[in-house]
Design a binder for this molecule. Structure first.
Ligand code: 13P
Length: 272
């Protein structure tokens, strides 16, 4: 049976925008994407969360952070904790490959961040994905399996489900390269991800976990991913800074949401 999962489009602005211009960009994007049956999230840099939150108030577009510290408070210069974020964001991206690369984040550390996020009620988007050499060596499913085990094994699956855990499959070779994966690759990995989740305590409820694709998503290629029933949306990088692209991506996701709802495969709009 197909579980009822929402369609989700999340924009990861990475290290772009300033507090002076982020609000205006968020307003423009919210206007362009309009009210659709799609969970919409914008994840700006920490320092832009307040401006983006103000700009998005009443639009139905949610705000997310791009990272959170694994401790609640303490002597961690330059870091941002989960309790600091709760009044500014309702979502958080965790384990992005750029943080694994630049900040040396391990699966174990990412798992602890996940615990902190759900402790305060932030909805987590856990990123996984393989490097090109790993894909070429036929190791992609093993790499993603190890990432999921490292971050999630031993954690309370029920609590993660209650928190609305989302997994983003972002093959590293597809991020910022203009070289997107095939829809069928992403769908195959989504199946792997749900199989792994089922084996580490999620059981049949692994079908409830939304899985997004990320990596060079554009308005032109989003239909290929949304055509796959196991893919529930996208985590969008570069294109999420372009209102026209976001309008195209979210518009297409709205078409998918309507079709899935008619087919009885979509839950109530939620998550914003
Ligand atoms: P791009 O869409 O720019 O490839 O980035 C994807 C990504 O990393 C989203 O988190």
């Amino acid at each position: 049976m197909t579980a009822a999962r929402p369609v989700i489009i999340a924009g990861n602005w990475k290290m772009h925008t300033t507090p002076a211009d982020a609000g205006e960009l968020a307003t423009t994007i919210a206007r362009r994407v309009g009210e659709v049956d799609v969970v919409r999230v914008i994840c700006p840099p920490f320092v832009c969360l307040a401006a983006v939150g103000d700009a998005l108030a009443g639009t139905g577009v949610a705000v997310g952070a791009q990272n959170v510290h694994h401790e609640l408070a303490g002597a961690y210069t330059g870091e941002v904790s989960a309790p600091m974020l709760v009044s500014l964001a309702s979502w958080v991206i965790l384990g992005h490959s750029e943080r694994r690369r630049d900040a040396g984040e391990t699966d174990e550390l990412i798992g602890r961040k996940l615990g902190r996020a759900i402790e305060v009620g932030l909805r987590p988007i856990l990123c996984v994905g393989e490097q090109l050499a790993e894909r070429d060596a036929g190791q992609a499913p093993n790499v993603v399996q190890a990432q999921l085990h490292g971050a999630l094994e031993g954690r309370d699956a029920g609590a993660l489900l209650d928190a609305g855990l989302v997994i983003a499959y972002e093959p590293v070779w597809a991020i910022g390269t203009g070289r997107n994966a095939q829809g069928s690759d992403a769908a195959g990995m989504a199946d792997t991800i749900r199989t792994v989740l089922a084996s580490i305590g999620f059981g049949e409820r692994s079908e409830e976990v939304p899985i997004l694709y990320g990596g060079s998503v554009t308005a032109a290629n989003i239909p290929e991913f949304l055509a796959e029933p196991s893919i529930d949306g996208a985590l969008v990088g570069g294109a999420s800074l372009k209102p026209d692209e976001m309008a195209g991506i979210v518009g297409r996701a709205g078409v998918t949401a309507r079709a899935r709802r008619q087919a009885g495969a979509l839950g109530a709009p939620s998550g914003s």
